[in-house]
Design a protein around this ligand. Structure first.
Ligand code: URA
Length: 238
């Protein structure tokens, strides 16, 4: 890829600002100053800006501990979104949330720059497990476990069979493979037990990191990213 395009894609600056950065001799490729942005950067080259190494991976995958009160959206003119919780370089790289959590739902949200990966992870073809902890009004019982396991008829569709474990009289851990709008809330609601609090513990093979507090994020490790690609039936692309 051309150096100016690569710098821009890496979120360093806009195309024109990158030209100025290059002209000023601030970029080195494999230890040599490159001022000409039209030159192609060799595969695996060591890039630095002002002497600091640039991370040249184009695909980035993050886990965010989504706090309450924040929208899962790329942008919103009035309300705070999950993108407001990330440094702007991730937005510049095109990082987008994979699926949605409701404004009041907390827990793991995956964000990626890889549109194909995101598309597959939320599509119906690959059944990716999502585990939620739900506190409900009322008491959970064996009949709820059976109803969820059979596939619960809702107003406009029948939910795929889901696994419910009762971990406290009013709290269940539910594993679902779909991600329809308000799905978990609607499933418990259909049993006459409205959800009071909802938290997502895992998304596919990725568990919410216990070291993260609400509002914090980290990049996925190489192994986590590879597991996510496998869950989507893809080869890791780096
Ligand atoms: N199901 C819901 O009802 N809400 C969420 O945020 C996620 C799954």
């Amino acid at each position: 890829m051309r150096l100016d395009k690569l710098l821009c894609n890496l979120g360093v600056a806009s195309r024109s600002a990158c030209r100025d950065i290059l002209k000023a001799g601030r970029v080195q490729v494999n230890g040599t100053v490159w001022k000409d942005g039209s030159k192609n950067v060799p595969e695996g080259a060591y890039l630095s800006l002002d002497g600091k190494r640039l991370d040249t991976r184009l695909s980035r995958h993050l886990m965010l501990y989504k706090p309450q009160g924040v929208l899962t959206a790329a942008e919103d003119h009035k309300q705070k979104t999950v993108m407001d919780l990330l440094p702007s370089c991730y937005t510049a790289l095109g990082c987008m949330p994979v699926g949605r959590l409701d404004k009041d739902t907390t827990g793991i949200l995956i964000l990626t720059t890889d549109g194909e990966l995101a598309h597959r992870l939320i599509g119906p073809k690959f059944h990716v497990d999502k585990v939620y902890e739900a506190r409900v009004e009322g008491l959970l019982e064996e009949a709820d476990i059976l109803a969820f396991a059979e596939g619960l008829p809702l107003k406009d569709f029948t939910a795929l069979p889901a696994k419910l474990e009762i971990i406290a009289p009013d709290t269940g851990r539910l594993t679902v493979q779909e991600g329809k709008y308000h799905q978990v809330k609607r499933m418990f609601g259909a049993r006459g037990k409205p959800v009071i609090a909802l938290h997502r513990l895992s998304f596919g093979p990725i568990l919410l990191d216990k070291e993260l507090s609400p509002g914090m994020f980290r990049e996925l490790t190489g192994e986590e990213a590879a597991a996510l690609y496998r869950a989507a039936g893809m080869e890791p692309n780096e």
